[in-house]
Write a protein that binds this ligand. Structure first.
Ligand code: NAD
Ligand code: UD1
Length: 342
């Protein structure tokens, strides 16, 4: 089954790996991106990996005219919607911007899909919709609730998709709730390259190992966890990307998918503490990585680990790449970026 897939935000960290995974699986890819948080050369890098070439449409996902032209020019079978803003801290400062871009973008996109009869959607959601989970590992039926404006946009969009699927019974969607994506493509050409000071642990460790940052700040060692530091479910971005292909193909097969938006966790089901992540990264780099324990980061939870059982049962997907591979690939990309930047 060869499909033509629109990947919004396909030049971003996760989107570029999704585009590469779609090409690798034999699908055709159209990328819509405004490069507000990525660079055009990413498209060349995706196409250098191939096979085949992704087509680029430059523009804002909120622009109905661009969407109409895109859906008119390409016979799109399904959409993977990744475009959006994702910085939790920024969302606290600019809540309306997050509503405008994330919720506004989703509404404009879904309207255009319905205008053009495109009825298959995979949406980039997040484990942030679980807020402070009561039980570990987290299953998809856990109580939802989030602690920040970014998370509220993800919850809102999931709800909008639920409603669209009720109103249009031939519409079928999967909301993928990502846990903590890390790592980079094996080619070393695609990866995460955050602007400014990284918020997330892996990019911060990588920049510290590269000498850009002085030391990693470990946010609290007094949590009720095995070594006192926060535990997360890190997932290799290539595994995550392959999960999108599995979700897409599940929707296109069409068994019992219409009239619903199904949430599915994408994680490994394995928790790693901050100190364990540091130790694994140190092994990948081969040198010491300075760190210092500081106060807890407000809003952080002790532990978030996925139950990835539904993804395996429904999509036949499970993460294959372990922590050592995540660190090695993340580091290879970081080193390459440093060389490029001189
Ligand atoms: P990213 O910023 O690297 O990628 C997002 C892409 O969307 C960028 O290329 C950006 O230029 C583009 N974009 C933003 N606004 C746009 C607009 N209005 N129109 C067109 N393009 C636009 O982020 P990412 O880490 O690749 O995340 C992708 C998606 O996954 C986001 O929706 C994010 O919320 C979600 N997500 C990410 C994580 C994570 O840890 N990275 C975790 C959970 C969920
Ligand atoms: C963060 C976001 C979450 C988002 C997720 C994936 C917050 C509060 N939450 O979650 O909404 O879905 O990223 O993008 O921002 N840590 C350190 N030092 C650092 C950075 C992090 O010790 O410099 C610790 C944290 O306390 C946590 C772990 O490392 O225990 C992972 O942190 P991070 O990578 O920011 O991810 P999340 O907190 O899971």
């Amino acid at each position: 089954m060869r499909a033509t897939v629109l990947a919004t935000g396909g030049a971003g960290y996760i989107g570029s790996h999704v585009a590469a995974a779609l090409l690798a699986a034999g699908h055709q890819v159209v990328i819509l991106d405004d490069f507000s948080n990525s660079r055009p050369e990413v498209i060349d890098r995706i196409n250098a990996i191939g096979p085949g070439r992704a087509v680029l449409v430059r523009g804002d996902v909120r622009d109905g005219a661009i969407l109409d032209a895109l859906f008119g020019a390409h016979r799109i079978d399904a959409v993977i919607h990744l475009a959006g803003l994702k910085a939790v801290g920024e969302s606290v400062e600019k809540p309306l911007l997050y509503q405008k871009v994330n919720v506004g973008g989703a509404v404009a996109l879904f309207e255009a899909m319905l205008r053009h009869g495109v009825m298959r959607l995979v949406f980039s959601s997040s484990a942030t919709v679980y807020g402070m989970p009561e039980r570990m590992p987290v299953t998809e039926d856990a109580r939802l609730g989030t602690t920040n404006p970014y998370g509220r946009t993800k919850l809102a969009i999931e709800g909008i998709i639920d409603d669209v699927a009720v109103a249009h019974r031939d519409f079928a969607a999967i909301s993928l709730r990502y846990f903590n994506p890390v790592g980079a493509h094996a080619s070393g050409t695609l990866g995460e390259d955050p602007r400014g000071v990284p918020n997330n642990l892996f990019p911060y460790i990588a920049q510290t190992a590269a000498g850009v940052r002085e030391r990693v700040r470990v946010f609290g060692d007094d949590y009720p966890t095995r070594d006192g530091t926060g535990i997360r479910d890190y997932i290799h971005v290539v595994d995550l990307a392959e999960g999108h292909v599995a979700a897409l193909e599940h929707l296109l097969r069409g068994d019992d998918v219409e009239g619903r938006n199904r949430p599915i966790n994408l994680g490994c089901g394995k928790g790693t503490s901050v100190l364990e992540a540091l130790a694994a990264f140190r092994r990948a780099v081969g040198t010491d990585i300075p760190f210092q324990v500081v106060a807890r980061r407000p809003g952080d939870v002790p532990e978030v680990v996925a139950d990835p059982g539904l993804a395996e049962q429904l999509l036949g997907w499970r993460a294959k790449r372990g922590l050592a591979q995540m660190c090695a690939d993340h580091w290879a990309f970081q080193r390459r970026r440093m060389r490029e930047l001189g």
